[in-house]
Design a protein around this ligand. Structure first.
Ligand code: SAH
Ligand code: SF4
Length: 343
């Protein structure tokens, strides 16, 4: 019999589960608190739960734990990169960044990814499996336990495409924002997607006002379809319409990610075309010097090019910042550490 994933249950699901087994409902609240506020990894640590209940639960349920397989700390800026493994030994990466306003964590939603973007280390490695809601959550628990800190904001920008694992990611969002759990504000969670259009509409309807970040990376369908295969299914016009709907429905500013790749998407005309696509909408552009992944043949645009690109956007009233690279000495971009570990 497969064991039950108890940490993926919402409090009301857990309550139903416990009362269904004839335990008093207050036990559900106690167990939920052990799992989601004290981050225990075993039922035996739940000291206010009678032993017979703990024994029965551990026979039929499991608690997801992200085991620290590797940990790298940047010498420059306190960025910490983790390689976590789960019970089937599959690994994902996560990064904790130290900002003035608190600690932000970038977490994974899948082992690998099906989307095949040509510049991305994760995409090049192929897809293995989805993460459960509890496995997504357990990455935050592990970092908080390990570093003895509170994570104040989270970005779903690690390995995987969150909207390709929609149900588990939504469940994760509900658990992470629960005031009886981690109690993260939805506004402090950013979901980054390559643009799976129907799921962007679904997400908007849920009214969990997370920040939506779209990986745009090219101003024309021709270039975007070449680097991001998903564009052949959901071209730029459709995905931008969905983003506008998201921002109209939630009142949240959409972020566009744009990784600058030398000679591919970084000339003046690209900048102008990008500005024309999005000017006048509630948005912000993050310009990122592409992280050159082995085997892609892609190189970073020069600093001068990047500044020029940003200036053209500004001249056309589009806000853009160049994202500073954190933890450059520890390969802080996701997908690269797991790649090395596997070899
Ligand atoms: N699948 C989602 C989220 C994970 S990827 C998405 O694509 O949005 C997180 C971010 O890293 C995305 O914006 C992605 O486009 C970007 N990215 C991937 N490989 C990169 C690279 N080599 N250099 C810079 N950014 C990269
Ligand atoms: Fe998947 Fe995102 Fe990488 Fe594309 S950029 S392959 S969607 S993880």
């Amino acid at each position: 019999m497969d064991k039950i994933d108890i940490m993926s249950m919402t409090l009301s699901e857990l309550t139903e589960f416990m009362t269904g087994r004839s335990y008093p409902r207050f036990r559900a609240g106690q167990i939920y608190s052990w799992l989601h506020q004290k981050f225990v990894g075993s039922f035996d640590e739940m000291t206010n739960i009678p032993k017979n209940i703990r024994d029965e639960l551990s026979a039929i349920c499991y608690i997801s734990v992200a085991n620290i397989e590797k940990k790298l700390v940047s010498r420059y800026d306190n960025t910490v990169k983790y390689l976590f493994s789960f019970c089937d030994s599959e690994c994902v990466e996560a990064v904790v960044m130290d900002y003035h306003h608190g600690r932000s964590m970038c977490i994974s939603t899948q082992v690998g990814c099906k989307m095949g973007c040509t510049f991305c280390a994760t995409g090049r490695g192929g897809f293995v499996r989805n993460l459960s809601a509890s496995e997504i959550l357990s990455q935050i628990h592990a970092a908080q336990r390990d570093l003895k800190i509170r994570i104040s904001s989270v970005v779903l920008m690690g390995m995987g495409e969150p909207l390709d694992n929609y149900d588990n990611v939504v469940k994760f969002l509900n658990l992470a924002t629960d005031e009886k759990g981690l109690n993260l504000g939805a506004r402090h969670i950013t979901l980054s997607t390559c643009g799976i259009v129907p799921r962007i509409y679904d997400l908007a309807e849920l009214h969990i006002p997370v920040t939506l970040s779209l990986s745009l990376h090219a101003p024309t369908d021709e270039t975007r379809s070449r680097t991001m295969p998903i564009n052949k299914k959901y071209p730029i016009e459709e995905v931008l319409k969905a983003c506008k709907y998201y921002s109209d429905t939630t009142g949240r500013r959409v972020t566009y990610e744009y990784a600058l790749i030398l000679g591919v998407n970084d000339n003046d005309r690209d900048a102008l075309q990008l500005a024309n696509l999005i000017k006048g909408t509630l948005c912000h552009v993050n310009l990122i010097p592409v992280n050159p992944v082995e085997g892609t043949g892609y190189a970073q645009s020069s600093e001068k090019r990047i500044k020029n690109f940003q200036r053209i956007l500004a001249d056309n009233h589009v806000n853009a910042t160049v994202r500073r690279t954190l933890g450059s000495d520890i390969n802080a971009s996701c997908g690269q550490l797991r790649g090395k570990h596997g070899k």
